[in-house]
Ligand binder design. Structure first.
Ligand SMILES: [Zn+2]
Length: 294
């Protein structure tokens, strides 16, 4: 089953739901970054959460999330586009913490003290930015808390990643539910009750439940219909041209120093680990571009 996301809406249009399966792309990310089991779970939750948020954007828009915590993982940075592509990394990929209640301890790895910064590039000059404290460090609750605190949108999110003892990710996915005005107490109470009954997204995915099944469970007792289905994938937005622009932005002095001290440069994209090699001639061309901007 390839990774995909579905969207459903209550027939009264006062509640919207998104659910997705992301097993392949989380696996791909964990291989690219060589993450520990707990780091894979943390990165997987953040990637999946970002995709769910990205699906709420309009065409051409992008959302970026930065989790900074007091734990050994230090930082998780993820970016998702409206088109279903996502990328991301953790600051210390091999950070590991002991299991808690026989489960991977994501909050222990990230740390429950810290900040979540959400930046949305919606085509304005400056991206929209919201910052909240981490609520639990479990990722899903932190994102839901951001929606409530920063955007005043009542939201619930569930994320589940299962990492086998050999490090392989065998199940990943999640859901996001938002109440739209005019909100209706009875509908919200029903959804809260339905979510309470779900207990674990990881277990549902491991039982072979699809995103459609999960939304049907969340919407249980509430008439709803599905609006769309889209594919999801891990894809970076880096390119040689973008790396060259970064090098140019370092300035003439810094480029001169690299040419003198190293002669050439290897630049690795943090999001996807792609390595770009620049020869001395290429670096000199970039330096020339700074001194004589066209
Ligand atoms: Zn990249």
């Amino acid at each position: 089953m390839a990774d995909y996301l579905v969207r459903a809406i209550g027939d009264k249009a006062n509640v919207i739901g998104l659910a997705c399966v992301t097993t392949d792309l989380v696996n791909q990310a964990s291989h690219l970054h060589g993450t520990s089991r707990t780091a894979s779970a943390a990165l997987g939750r953040a990637l999946t959460g970002a995709l769910l948020m990205g699906a709420l954007l309009k065409r051409g828009q992008r959302v970026a999330l930065k989790f900074e915590g007091s734990g050994p993982l230090k930082k998780i940075i993820v970016e998702a586009d409206h088109d279903g592509s996502v990328r991301g990394f953790v600051a210390v990929p091999d950070a590991e913490v002991p299991l808690q209640d026989e489960k991977l301890n994501v909050a222990g790895a990230l740390g429950s003290e810290g900040l979540l910064t959400v930046a949305k590039d919606v085509g304005l000059k400056e991206p929209y930015r919201g910052i909240v404290k981490l609520l639990t460090g479990e990722i899903a609750e932190d994102i839901a808390y951001y929606f409530v605190e920063s955007e005043q949108v009542p939201s619930a999110m569930g994320l589940g990643i299962f990492v086998k003892t050999d490090g392989e990710v065998s199940a990943a996915g999640g859901f996001l539910i938002q109440s739209l005005p005019p909100s209706e107490d009875r509908t919200i109470e029903q959804i809260v009750e339905n979510i309470r009954r779900i207990l674990s997204v990881t277990d549902l995915l491991r039982q072979g439940k699809t995103p459609e099944d999960i939304l049907d469970m969340v919407f249980s007792g509430i008439p709803h219909h599905f609006l769309e289905k889209r594919n999801l994938f891990f894809r970076c937005s880096c390119s040689r041209e973008r790396i060259e622009r970064v090098l140019i932005s370092l300035g003439q002095e810094e480029l001169e120093r690299i040419i003198t001290e190293q002669g050439e440069a290897d630049v690795t994209c943090e999001f996807c680990r792609t390595r770009y090699h620049l020869t001395r001639e290429e670096l000199e061309d970039l330096r020339a571009e700074i001194s004589s901007p066209s």
